[in-house]
Design a protein around this ligand. Structure first.
Ligand code: FUL
Length: 527
């Protein structure tokens, strides 16, 4: 048996020189073959580089090459899944809830933690009804108090009267999330004002141990949120955080989780007001100047490379910003804001819950501007989301649903687009490839419609490309400009005064590469 195989192998082996001989005879064919093979290899490489969420800029790259590269930087699978959630909830809950403070000093008596009616199912139901897809809990805030019975500290629920010290808020929430099909995220404050070893190398071990508890004992965790605050510990020392070790722990234990803010996957929008930028690029310069380049490259491979940016800068990703960079990264924006003035619950803020109008404005200024909204809803001392917050959230959801239920352009005809579904099927996966220069879509609605909202989406799995666009409508026989914008990205929503029209023109005025427009929608809002 073995001999036969060997013989067969030998046959094949001897076959090749014969063929090769023939090829040698036909030199031209051989050259053509080589060309084909190298083209295929090149195509393979370029396809690979096209799907990457990092790109290196070489000193020899011209401006147009840099822009081409930027247009092809795309989200990782977990970044894309994260962006598609659009709405997520933040729950600030902990010892501060009971001391009525925003920042605890770590000296609190754990005995103060005693919610009387804690009901994580109520949290999840309330958030789900508000359209949220994920809940991030402050498992530990700067005070170091843990909402789970960590074996590494006494400053936790295990030393509280709640459930006689047998309770675990993280577990209760994880269970409720599973029950209602909600994703779970954890906020673990690197700054710990209770830990006596804060400011020493041992604290990094402590932090990794806590991360390990959270990421192994509670099932799937979809987002880990690291705050940038780094103050002093009880011994007056500041900590040098071992970010790479933290990231690697997360990648190992929860490979699908995004790491936000002080992390490589999601950036802070730069304010806590709820308002993102009009021009919001998900591709930003990823400078490696202040890092060891080899380490930075290997970090890119393991996905733990955090672009060093100023998240508060007004312009993060314009052409001018990219020209000066030595690398590019997909680093999308998250807008975090509280439904109340504080992050934690304070009884005197019960009548200061943001109004439906304000929350709608925030929705348009975050989800509607290529960001994800992380809305904080702090449970009260009972351990419940307060009625005032819950009622507003319900109304807010109803308003969003009422507005975006029906795309008034659903039955439109768009000139030059063969399959209307490409732009009108409410799916990012089907899209229309426009021209690399200017592109105009002439749209005819099935009948005159009254609307005041425009929704556009790019298929960002190919990259973010559109730099400028405008919408015109034929009103009373004359073309009128209705609205205009710069970036689209995952989603762009524009508001304008109500008008009635049947014919429209959407112009893509500037773009970094052939745009992949995935959705066009017209809506009418009641508000
Ligand atoms: C900040 C913290 O200091 C606040 O207390 C809050 O947690 C907010 C989301 O992040 O940096």
């Amino acid at each position: 048996m073995g001999g036969k195989i060997l013989q067969k192998k030998n046959n094949l082996y001897t076959c090749f020189p014969e063929k090769y001989k023939n090829l040698r005879l036909e030199k031209k064919k051989q050259q053509a073959c080589c060309l084909l093979i190298s083209s295929l290899i090149w195509l393979g490489h370029s396809l690979q580089s096209q799907s990457s969420h990092y790109a290196e800029i070489l000193s020899s790259d011209s401006k147009s090459v840099i822009i081409q590269k930027a247009a092809n930087v795309s989200p990782s699978a977990k970044q894309l899944a994260w962006q598609k959630m659009e709405l997520t909830a933040f729950l600030h809950f902990g010892i501060n809830t009971f001391t009525n403070r925003e920042w605890g000093d770590g000296k609190e008596d754990p005995g103060l933690f005693n919610p009387t009616q804690l009901d994580t199912r109520q949290w999840v139901k309330t958030c789900k009804e508000a359209g949220m897809k994920l809940i991030i809990l402050t498992a530990k805030h700067h005070d170091g108090f843990c909402l789970w019975p960590s074996q590494y500290t006494a400053h936790s629920v295990k030393n509280s009267p709640w459930k006689n010290g047998q309770g675990d808020v993280v577990k209760d929430l994880a269970d409720a999330c599973r029950e209602f099909g909600m994703k779970l995220g954890v906020y673990l404050s690197p700054w710990d004002r209770n830990s006596s070893i804060y400011g020493t190398e041992a604290y990094n071990d402590y932090f990794v141990n806590q991360l390990t508890e959270l990421l192994t004992n509670y099932g799937e965790v979809a987002e880990v949120w690291f705050d940038g605050a780094n103050g002093e510990g009880p011994n007056g020392k500041k900590q040098v955080y071992d970010w790479q070790r933290y990231y690697q722990t997360i990648r190992k234990l929860q490979p699908d989780a995004v790491i936000a803010i002080m992390g490589p996957d999601v950036r802070w929008v730069g304010t806590e007001s709820g308002y993102g930028r009009d021009t919001e690029w998900s591709v930003v310069p990823a400078s490696m100047q202040d890092q060891d380049e080899i380490a930075a490259k290997s970090q890119q491979q393991t996905g733990t490379f955090r672009p060093k940016i100023d998240p508060m800068a007004e312009d993060l990703g314009s052409r001018e910003k990219l020209y000066g960079a030595d690398g590019l990264a997909w680093y999308p924006s998250e807008v975090d804001v509280s439904i109340r003035p504080g992050w934690f619950y304070h009884p005197d803020q019960d009548d200061k819950v943001k109004s439906v109008e304000k929350l709608l404005d925030i929705y348009y200024s975050s989800v509607g501007k290529n960001s994800l909204l992380l809305l904080n809803i702090p449970p009260d001392t009972r351990g419940l989301i307060h009625e005032n917050d819950a009622n507003i959230l319900k109304e807010w959801r109803q308003a969003i649903e009422a507005t975006f239920k029906t795309n008034l352009a659903a039955n439109a005809r768009i000139k030059g687009v063969k399959k209307m579904g490409q732009l009108l099927d409410n799916s990012l996966d089907t899209y229309h490839r426009g021209k690399a220069t200017k592109q105009m879509y002439r749209i005819k609605l099935d009948e005159p419609k009254t609307f005041n909202r425009l929704v556009l989406q790019e298929n960002i799995s190919l990259g973010q490309r559109v730099e400028a666009f405008k919408l015109e409508a034929k009103v009373d026989g004359k073309w009128r400009e209705i609205t205009e914008g710069t970036t689209i990205g995952y989603k762009r929503i524009l508001r304008f005064p109500e008008l009635t029209a049947q014919q429209l023109k959407l112009s893509i005025l500037e773009t970094r590469a052939r745009p992949a427009l995935a959705e066009f929608g017209l809506y009418r809002s009641a508000q």
